[in-house]
Design a protein around this ligand. Structure first.
Ligand SMILES: Cc1cc2nc3c(=O)[nH]c(=O)nc-3n(C[C@H](O)[C@H](O)[C@H](O)COP(=O)(O)OP(=O)(O)OC[C@H]3O[C@@H](n4cnc5c(N)ncnc54)[C@H](O)[C@@H]3O)c2cc1C
Length: 386
């Protein structure tokens, strides 16, 4: 096996790392304290990301994106995640699901998102339907040339900044193995569409400045021309993208865990107790060794799975393994970092407190750890169970 990155990949990592250090990290503390990103700063980051050629790095070249393979995308995600999502998000990767756009949708949604002129949000989760996404209750009923949407969504990231939402709604039901299932359709809904209201959601402990919203649909009329993909085939549109997203979350977790290790190493070398650097005591140095070992394993898994995605051989279970393992390694690394910092690890003056808070979301969004274990075990058992 060849684990060597290409020269282009090494250069890409170097330039994203330097972008994060120069353009993003200096703002992280202020954004976290204010729990908001000033509009001018968001615009400035977006403009600099476009100029640097990072914007829409996940989209194919033929629509104006970076045209990078998944392995290179994972390397970028690893570096970007060394700063909070509140800032990372403005070096945007538009939802890849927009590649399902056809006809006028390409001009109205896909291309403006790739150029950084429009921003999307992904609206699936509802108060009664989280892990069990098929239980969504938002309904879209056909009425002439339109669909009429009623229902609500919550936890929708970045909806406050979005120009439109990719909304999942039930358009029909059918029977599968004796159970009633929902046929779901995805829609492109502009934020100023009458009948759609976006309201800031509760404050979140992770990634302050990166907000979620509740979205309400009250007889919201959406033209049939705004159906993304085919009617009733919303899961087909969503699933390929969600699976790839899990690999990118894994890469994000590796970057955050590496940051936890880097600051812990420095602290362990600088902080003296009983006359010596605390890193000279095995109680601390073994924690550092365990963190480094687990992070390396998580990195190899995340990059291997990204590489398999490029080869077209990745399975859902493998994407789940990468997300599960890397997010749990991050959780342990962030917790150990707090322990190594002692009391200072819980104070908002140290970066560790923020890393610890931000780490917590990674085991929940894009499919919880429990759901990843379901996906992995189902894949293992499928050939054996009758
Ligand atoms: C900050 C944030 C941003 C988000 N951004 C978005 C977004 O942009 N768009 C979007 O659509 N959604 C978004 N989400 C929603 C996110 O994907 C869900 O929170 C996640 O899927 C879990 O759903 P839930 O919170 O309703 O938990 P639940 O599904 O209620 O789960 C609660 C607990 O039960 C466990 N559980 C559930 N079912 C099972 C089972 N069968 N077996 C074992 N354990 C189970 C879960 O693992 C979890 O531990 C976001 C969430 C947060 C917190």
């Amino acid at each position: 096996m060849n684990f060597q990155l290409t020269q282009e990949q090494d250069m890409l990592v170097e330039s994203v790392r330097s972008f994060v250090e120069k353009e993003l990290l200096p703002h992280e503390d202020a954004v976290d304290r204010a729990d908001s990103v000033p509009e001018e700063l968001a615009a400035q980051i977006r403009a600099k990301a476009i100029a640097a050629g990072f914007y829409a790095f996940n989209m194919p070249e033929e629509v104006g994106g970076g045209g990078l393979d998944y392995l290179s995308q994972a390397l970028i995600e690893r570096e970007l995640s060394k700063v909070s999502w509140a800032l990372h998000v403005f070096v945007a990767r538009p939802s890849k699901i927009l590649m399902a756009c056809t006809g006028q949708q390409i001009e109205d949604y896909l291309l403006p998102c790739v150029r950084g002129e429009k921003v999307d949000c992904f609206a699936l989760t509802e108060p009664g339907a989280g892990s069990d996404a098929n239980a969504i209750k938002t309904r879209a009923v056909r009425d002439g040339d339109d669909f009429v949407l009623n229902g609500s969504k919550h936890f929708i990231s970045h909806a406050g900044h979005a120009d439109f939402a990719i909304v999942f709604a039930v358009t029909d039901t059918y029977e599968h193995n004796g159970r009633q299932r929902n046929a779901v359709t995805s829609f492109l809904v502009d934020r100023d569409t009458p009948g759609m209201t976006i309201r800031r959601g509760p404050k979140c402990v992770s990634n302050r400045g990166y907000h979620t919203s509740e979205i309400f649909f009250d007889d919201c009329r959406v033209p049939a021309s705004k159906v993304l993909g085919e009617v009733g085939k919303g899961w087909d549109v969503a699933n390929a993208w969600l699976t790839a997203g899990r690999v990118m979350v894994a890469a994000n977790c590796v970057g955050q865990a590496q940051r936890a290790l880097d600051v812990s190493l420095q602290w362990a070398a600088d902080r003296k107790q009983f006359g010596h650097a605390i890193g000279t005591y095995q109680g601390i140095s073994f924690k550092l060794a365990d963190m480094a070992t687990e992070i390396r394993a998580a990195e190899l898994l995340a990059l291997n799975v990204a590489w398999k995605m490029d080869q077209g051989t990745m399975t859902d279970g493998e994407a789940g393994m990468a997300k599960l393992f890397a997010s749990e390694v991050l959780g342990r690394a962030a917790d150990q970092a707090v322990q190594i910092f002692g009391g200072m690890g819980l104070m908002d003056e140290s970066p560790v407190e923020r890393i610890w808070r931000n780490a917590r979301i990674e085991r929940i969004w894009e499919g919880t750890s429990e759901i990843q274990r379901h996906i992995i075990s189902r894949e293992l058992l499928r050939p054996l169970l009758r």
